[in-house]
Design a protein around this ligand. Structure first.
Ligand code: IPM
Ligand code: MN
Length: 352
């Protein structure tokens, strides 16, 4: 098959980890007889520097004309401590999610057999963990009527959800649960927030359409706690944008390193694949960042955007082999030998 893939490397370590995902994807394409045409485009601080805008129209056009988007990372420290910066790289990410209609962010957390001792949690707590967050990505407090300051002394951010926004996300959650162990947890703060009560009411009304799925409703604070106590008790979790942002960072380290977890963002048409980690500015250009999260994001791309599970599995197997054989970057080296970003990527590509 032939694919056009938009390649948005972004900032910090983005370009380095993206290079390795390209190497591995090309190796998969070669092995299985596909043809990939990569379409690089600007985003984030790199795009602000070049054209003054973090998600330029040309980049949007490239994404729309592609079969999938592979994304690195966004963010640069020069903006972090400057609250008055007129444009920020993160605005590009939010604009991109909104304009591409990527309302469902799929963030899995799973463990690797060879890394059970690397987790900050005890081995017996995490064994068998295999959960997926479906985070709502284009609504809630991230997109409510513009946050503002009254007289400089009071600040507002607005959290808004419509029933339809909840339904379309929940539908994906129920469908995903049906393909797994048929357990769905709706994470909210319905004891305090009106938006959460709308979420709960909407999901409750959908239960009858999925009689095989067992649904639980849990408050976000309790989920934050249970995630470190019994992560293996969860399967599919659905939640709103901000809760999902926080909980998926928490969940991502359970496997042993944030540098391992991939993600997908989906909507009606196009899907985008990116590592969960950020732009890790301190590591930029040092060839030390872990490329595995981006490489596994490419695996998700083959599996979900192109419906090619064998190709995805070939990538996952090669990553597992690298982990088992100690072909790892410094975040996982634990005093042993640490390899560079490029060396790890090349090794994985050679083992496809
Ligand atoms: C993420 C990031 C973004 C978010 C930032 C960079 C805007 O933390 O993808 O989780 O908050 O959604
Ligand atoms: Mn985040």
């Amino acid at each position: 098959m032939k694919f056009n893939i938009a390649l948005l490397a972004g900032d910090g370590i983005g370009p380095e980890v993206i290079n390795e995902a390209v190497k591995v994807s090309d190796a998969v394409a070669k092995k299985f007889g596909h043809e990939i045409t990569w379409k690089p485009a600007l985003t984030g601080a790199a795009a602000i520097d070049a054209v003054g805008e973090p998600y330029p129209d040309e980049t949007h056009e490239v994404c729309l004309a592609s079969d999938a988007v592979l994304f690195g990372a966004i963010g640069h420290p020069k903006y972090d401590n400057d609250p008055s910066a007129p444009v920020r790289p993160e605005q590009g990410l939010l604009k991109m999610r909104k304009k591409l209609g990527l309302f469902a962010n799929v963030r899995p957390t799973f463990t690797f057999p060879s890394l059970l001792d690397k987790s900050p949690l005890k081995k017996e707590r995490i064994e068998g963990t295999d959960l997926v967050f479906l985070r709502e990505l284009t609504g809630g407090i991230y997109f409510g009527e513009k946050g503002r300051r009254d007289g400089g002394e009071t600040a507002f951010d607005n959290c808004v959800y419509t029933r339809e926004e909840v339904q379309r996300l929940a539908k994906k959650g129920f469908e995903l649960a049906m393909t797994r162990s048929k357990k769905l947890c709706c994470v909210d703060k319905a004891n305090v927030l009106e938006t959460s009560r709308l979420w709960r009411e909407t999901v409750q009304a959908m239960e009858k359409d999925y009689p095989e799925v067992t649904v639980s409703y849990e408050f976000v604070d309790a989920v934050a706690m249970r995630l470190v106590q019994w992560p293996n008790s969860y399967d599919v979790l659905i939640t709103e944008n901000l809760f999902g942002d926080i909980l998926t960072d928490e969940a991502s380290v359970i496997s042993g390193s944030m540098g391992l977890m991939p993600s997908a963002s989906m909507g009606a048409d196009i899907a985008l694949f990116e590592p969960i980690h950020g732009s890790y500015p301190q590591a930029t250009g040092l060839n030390i960042a872990n490329p595995m999260a981006t490489i596994l994001s490419a695996a998700m791309m083959f599996e979900t955007a192109f419906n090619l599970p064998e190709e995805g599995k070939a990538i996952r197997d090669a990553v597992n082999k690298a982990l088992a054989e100690g072909m790892v970057t410094e975040d996982l080296a634990d005093g042993g030998k640490a390899y560079g970003t490029k060396e790890v990527g090349t090794w994985i590509a050679d083992n496809i």
